[in-house]
Design a protein around this ligand. Structure first.
Ligand code: GLU
Length: 302
């Protein structure tokens, strides 16, 4: 596949559920460098569907931190919490094809079912694969529970989804990977890893997976550059893109920054925020130098 260099669209997509740390700075700068190298554009997307955890002050801090790093992006910024209708539309398309089902189980119920089976398989995020309890409910049972107002998540029927893809495409699905020295080689997707994944939560009418594929397509993103912790998620994203007739971007999963103990920097492990580092006197040039920028040549991707 060849593309005009001018048509490359990259995006940096942070979640405003905490302050950005150096790992985010790295991802944003790599996106920026790659976009510059191919004369493409960079978008910023605020991934705030988890409205209980996301806060306006964290979103404001994202703009401040990125401006401080010297980055700019195309306006308007897409804020996911303003587009639940687009995700509902995608879910409705999957429902029309009988590829999703309501799941009434609570996390506790699933944990109880699995408590007796410690070797039960887990998905790449370490959640136990869903044992399929609600998949086997009769239609009348589903309808009466929904009519009674029982809250339900929506899960992908993985088996039905894979059957549909193989009927349509008759081949394995995959993506072009540019990270880890892959230089655009095809990676085979393995969506089964995720089992009957949640696509819409009881408390939030979308999940990261559905929102990200809808938005990447709506925003015309051609090059998804993100951390390697999302490498396995790409298998599920490719499956959803095919089921929803969305275009396939190229992917570059970059290495993650780690602390002295080898753990990836993360908000939950309280990595020092960019904001704090800035107040301590760190300069944007020092941040870039730490990443080998701008000398490092990103022109080889994609
Ligand atoms: N919102 C995700 C994060 O902050 C990034 C998702 C993506 O790049 O696809 O980790």
């Amino acid at each position: 596949m060849t593309r005009s260099f001018l048509s490359h669209v990259f995006r940096f997509a942070p979640s405003p559920n905490g302050y950005l740390h150096l790992g985010h700075a790295y991802s944003a700068l790599v996106n920026h460098e790659m976009a510059q190298a191919v004369g493409g554009s960079l978008l910023l997307r605020i991934e705030d569907i988890d409205i209980a955890r996301c806060r306006p002050e964290f979103e404001q801090a994202i703009y401040e931190d990125l401006h401080w790093l010297g980055l700019s992006w195309e306006e308007p910024v897409r804020r996911q919490s303003e587009h639940f209708d687009a995700y509902a539309e995608a879910l409705a398309r999957l429902a029309q094809q009988d590829l999703v089902y309501p799941c009434f189980c609570s996390r506790g119920e699933v944990a109880n079912i699995l408590a007796e089976q410690p070797d039960w398989p887990r998905d790449p995020d370490s959640s136990p694969l869903y044992p399929g309890t609600c998949k086997h409910l009769s239609t009348s049972e589903r309808l009466s529970r929904l009519a009674a107002g029982q809250p339900a998540a929506l899960r992908l029927d993985m088996k039905a989804a894979l059957a549909q893809v193989s009927a349509r495409m008759g081949q394995k699905i995959g993506w072009r990977e540019y990270g880890g020295g892959m230089q655009g080689r095809e990676v085979t997707a393995d969506p089964v890893l995720w089992g009957d994944a949640v696509l819409s939560r009881k408390d939030i009418p979308a999940s990261y997976h559905i929102a990200v594929v809808v938005d990447d397509a709506l925003q015309g993103v051609t090059d998804v550059v993100r951390g390697e912790d999302l490498f396995n998620a790409t298998s599920l994203h490719r499956l959803l893109q095919i089921l929803l007739d969305l275009p396939a971007p190229c992917y570059h999963h970059h290495e993650l920054l780690r602390d002295a103990g080898g753990r990836k920097l993360s908000k939950s492990l309280r990595a020092k925020s960019l904001r704090t580092l800035r107040h301590e006197g760190l300069t944007p040039d020092e941040v870039k130098a730490q990443f080998g920028l701008p000398q490092r040549n990103f022109a080889f991707v994609p």
